[in-house]
Design a protein around this ligand. Structure first.
Ligand code: SF4
Length: 415
């Protein structure tokens, strides 16, 4: 498919039929009491990461173009191998329709790469989006984006914040440059850290994702990733283990190495290093049992979005102190992840006792349970403060609120 608003067609088809229909939606999420909707303004990604199905599709596109003996110009005209962005006017039409007819006030762009790589083109796109929706009578436009950290610049962030960005999902990639090279993923930690801080300064809530475990992980790469996480502040962390997707370069490599296991419903891999394999199993257990798949991180990020929406749409400044409490919780939660995974690494290297691991999982469950109840208290407060603006009940809740940030320096070894 060459464009987002075209029906599927061979990559070299000169006249694909344009489709200009919007997805019908019968359900909206609620953010600060307002309707929120997902929106998709592009397809594909310009990256070439070897584990990703987007780059696999890109490869197939190139192959089809080669079979069709397309010239370089024809390939360029058909935008082969590049992400495809919808015409900004149709995106604005869709936003306008949702804003006026469905009262949607928060738009979550789900595109892997909505903004062009180039800074000027990214700023031009954001300018066109802003003027397009303003001429359609849309006010107080608020939105969220997925961004590749290494493509961000302060100017892009400033422009995005000016156009209403309140939430950003930042892909960090890997813990080391070497892992990036291995999977053809550009990594620049210095820029990413700087940009996360800048997003925070501009009042944009962020969630940062790091691929923590993969088929070529070593104890050293895991250690380095944990070290990197200690320098990342003001964001909700999410750590993942790499999944193997059908027919990706990673899939082919693992198959060739005899390490691929599973079936089309779910592939996995055998680790070369048995200690890494043990760590990976503990990671999954901690992630699922104790950290509920990083749901606490998402809850904190959602609260930040609610506060940002509430403040900008209601002009309600009363929630400022909640924001400060939330920042402490976010810091403590991130620190808990790091401490627990460091201790897991320590156990894997120095002990074969399964009891040690059970104790660690129990500890992590208790600590994240405590943090969850604090988060839930803040959720209640935000609901009352931002959505209802019920000053009296808010004051009552504040009075009864007994938050003490006890979790300052968790020393896992002492539990
Ligand atoms: S940057 Fe993300 S979406 Fe793009 S190819 Fe890499 S993994 Fe896929």
């Amino acid at each position: 498919m060459r464009g987002v608003e075209e029906i599927p067609a061979p990559v070299g088809d000169p006249l694909p039929l344009p489709l200009q229909i919007f997805a019908s939606r019968d359900h909206f999420s609620k953010i600060a009491g307002f309707n929120g909707a997902q929106i998709n303004a592009s397809r594909g990604c310009n990256g070439s990461c070897t584990y990703c199905n987007y780059s696999t599709l890109k490869r197939l596109e190139y192959r089809e173009a080669k079979e069709l003996k397309m010239s370089i110009t024809a390939k360029k005209n058909c935008n082969i191998g590049r992400s495809k962005i919808r015409n900004v006017n149709t995106v604005c039409d869709e936003i306008s329709q949702l804003w006026h007819e469905q009262k949607v006030r928060y738009f979550s762009f789900i595109d892997k790469q909505l903004l062009p790589d180039n800074q000027n083109s990214a700023i031009d796109f954001l300018d066109s989006l802003k003027s397009g929706i303003e001429t359609r009578g849309v006010k107080n436009f608020r939105y969220g984006l997925i961004l590749r950290g290494e493509n961000l610049t302060e100017k892009i962030i400033d422009k995005a914040a000016e156009t209403g960005l309140v939430n950003c999902f930042v892909n960090i990639g890997f813990g080391t440059q070497d892992e990036g090279l291995l999977f053809k993923r550009k990594i620049d930690h210095e820029i990413i850290l700087k940009m996360i801080n800048h997003l925070n300064n501009m009042g944009v809530a962020t969630e940062a994702k790091l691929i923590f475990i993969h088929p070529y992980s070593t104890l050293n790469s895991i250690k380095k990733a944990l070290l990197l996480l200690k320098f990342i502040n003001h964001t909700s962390l999410e750590l993942t283990s790499m999944r193997v997707l059908y027919k990706t370069t990673l899939y082919n490599n693992l198959k060739r190495e005899g390490r691929l296991i599973g079936n089309p419903f779910g592939y996995s891999y055998i680790f070369e290093d048995k200690q890494v394999e043990r760590f990976s199993k503990i990671f999954s257990k901690l992630r699922d049992d104790a950290f509920k798949n990083f749901a606490l991180s998402s809850k904190i990020k959602n609260l930040f979005i609610n506060i940002a929406m509430g403040q900008t749409l209601f002009g309600d400044k009363k929630v400022k102190w909640i924001e400060l409490e939330l920042k402490i919780l976010q810091k403590n939660l991130n620190r808990l992840y790091i401490d627990v995974f460091e201790e897991a690494l320590n156990i894997v290297q120095n002990s074969s006792e399964e009891k040690e691991l059970e104790k660690l999982i129990y500890f992590a469950k208790c600590k994240s349970g405590n943090l969850l109840s604090k988060i839930q208290e803040l959720e209640l407060l935000v609901e009352h403060s931002v959505n209802k603006q019920q000053e009296k009940s808010n004051e009552l809740l504040i009075k009864n609120y007994s938050f003490v940030s006890t979790y300052k320096n968790p020393v896992v070894n002492n539990f």
